[in-house]
Design a protein around this ligand. Structure first.
Ligand code: ZN
Length: 459
């Protein structure tokens, strides 16, 4: 068995790894690079292998940095089978179509400016038709714990990674002598989450390829973060303002809805509190959650099957149409508005910030990761003034940053997962280089690798 690395090498985006076993070529994830403009440009680079030579693509989960380049892979000749869990398949559909739409918008925007500046037009990285073509390659769906046969002697088993709905760690095993196996962690979640199960530990393997996103820190306790969320909302309502929560459409939006419902049911939040989920993608993702209770924790699944919907709040409104979204600008106070994008780089949340940032009585609550250079990061870092739609907006609203809602395992959880597997060799991916170095120094009794793009080694 041979593994090579084609992304997420000493960085957190662009996951893409290749396994060659017997005469089959198996790709694990095909994600988008995200962050700086250099990384954006890397998305158009060659893959480092021939897409037409790949037999199978196994997808760990539906985040863009794991599935975002699939339409491009298909556009460049991939004709194999894409295998993932049923929930990931539905979520990846949303994510790839949304990404295609954004690429089309960017290309149009660029074309308008290029025309004026005499520059040449740029084609979108891929378009909606490419995303639909990619959907045609999704084949069998994987059930957690049940091997999917790639050949009679080569199989892949998906284990619940507890990161987002449908997420998986994948163990590939070649049963022909000599028996060899490798585990790809995918992104690992934290234990004790609202809806999902805790991450599962797969059976051991010769090599473990694992993520290290938060390999250098320990998360704050979740209950404290939930308490901070309730306090910030109650405090804002007492002042008469609105609460704006910039939200990622997958998982985070559903978790926040879940905690708002719990807050109302336990009397810690006002019963009649209006909540607006102003994100078509988050609304669609919430529907996908409802279709996949098989991914819920046993407790949540039992409640759901008893007719209790984890996302059902008395005052919840879903806004899909732009007109309904614009109507939210008229809200005087007393409402919670959740909208994307999570890092405020685009999307409807920017309109809500325009209408609420200058108000002393309103609040903005950040509940997710904010990369350097994004509007969310600028606000968190204490900007007194920001520009939105060409208008200079003073920041008078109260800002809260609540860090405990992470969908990623922290250092201690990553170490415990690794300790349970005891692999002879460990490959670190999906982490910043300094974090990776620190994490590597905590690992015992294993040979550690930190590959660069294009590196390969034999299992
Ligand atoms: Zn992820």
């Amino acid at each position: 068995m041979k593994i090579s690395f084609h992304g997420a090498d000493r960085e957190v985006t662009g996951s893409c790894h290749l396994v060659e076993a017997k005469d089959k070529r198996i790709l694990i994830d095909c994600g988008m690079y995200q962050g700086s403009s250099d990384l954006d440009d890397a998305n158009a680079d060659s893959f480092g292998f021939d897409p037409g030579s790949i037999d199978f693509l196994l997808l760990t989960h539906a985040h863009l940095d794991h599935c975002g380049r699939i339409p491009l892979l298909v556009k460049h000749g991939f004709t194999g089978e894409i295998i993932t869990t049923a929930a990931t398949r539905e979520l990846a559909r949303l994510v790839m179509l949304d990404a295609a739409h954004l690429h089309e918008e960017e290309a149009e925007h660029h074309a308008r400016h290029a025309h004026r500046g005499g520059d040449t037009a740029r084609r979108p990285l891929y378009d909606t038709a490419d995303a639909f073509n990619a959907l045609g390659h999704f084949g069998r769906t994987a059930v957690y714990g049940e091997p999917v046969m790639l050949t009679p002697t080569l199989h892949a088993t998906f284990y619940d990674a507890g990161h987002i709905l449908g997420s998986a760690s994948i163990r590939i095993e070649c049963t022909q002598e000599p028996n060899r196996s490798v585990i790809f962690s995918g992104d690992l979640g934290t234990s004790g989450r609202a809806i999902l199960r805790d991450p599962q530990i797969p059976p051991p393997a010769n090599v473990v390829v694992m993520e290290t996103t938060y390999g250098d820190r320990v998360h704050k306790e979740l209950a404290l973060s939930v308490g901070e969320l309730y306090a910030a909302i109650n405090d804002t309502f007492a002042r008469g303002g609105n609460v704006v929560i910039p939200t990622f459409a997958l998982e985070r939006a559903q978790e926040i809805l879940y905690y708002l419902r719990e807050g109302i049911e336990s009397g810690r939040l006002p019963h009649s509190m209006p909540v607006y989920l102003d994100s078509p993608m988050a609304v669609s993702a919430t529907e996908v959650f409802r279709r996949h209770p098989e991914c819920f924790s046993p407790k949540e699944r039992a409640l759901f099957e008893d007719g209790k919907d984890p996302f059902s709040l008395p005052g919840l409104h879903f806004t899909r149409d732009t007109a309904d979204s614009i109507a939210l600008n008229m809200l005087d106070g007393g409402a919670v508005i959740m909208a994307g994008s999570g890092m405020c780089t685009g999307g409807r949340v920017r309109h809500h910030l325009l209408h609420n940032l200058a108000r002393h009585d309103s609040s903005v609550i950040f509940v997710g990761y904010a990369a350097r250079g994004t509007l969310a990061r600028v606000l968190i870092d204490g900007a007194k003034q920001v520009t939105l739609f060409g208008e200079s907006v003073p920041v008078r609203a109260r800002l809260h940053t609540i860090n405990g809602f992470s969908a990623h395992a922290d250092r201690d959880e990553l170490l415990a997962w690794h300790r349970a597997l005891k692999p002879a060799r460990t490959v670190l991916v999906h982490g910043d280089e300094d974090v990776m170095q620190q994490f590597a120094s905590s690992l015992e009794d294993t040979e550690v690798h930190m590959p660069r793009r294009g590196d390969e080694f034999l299992v």
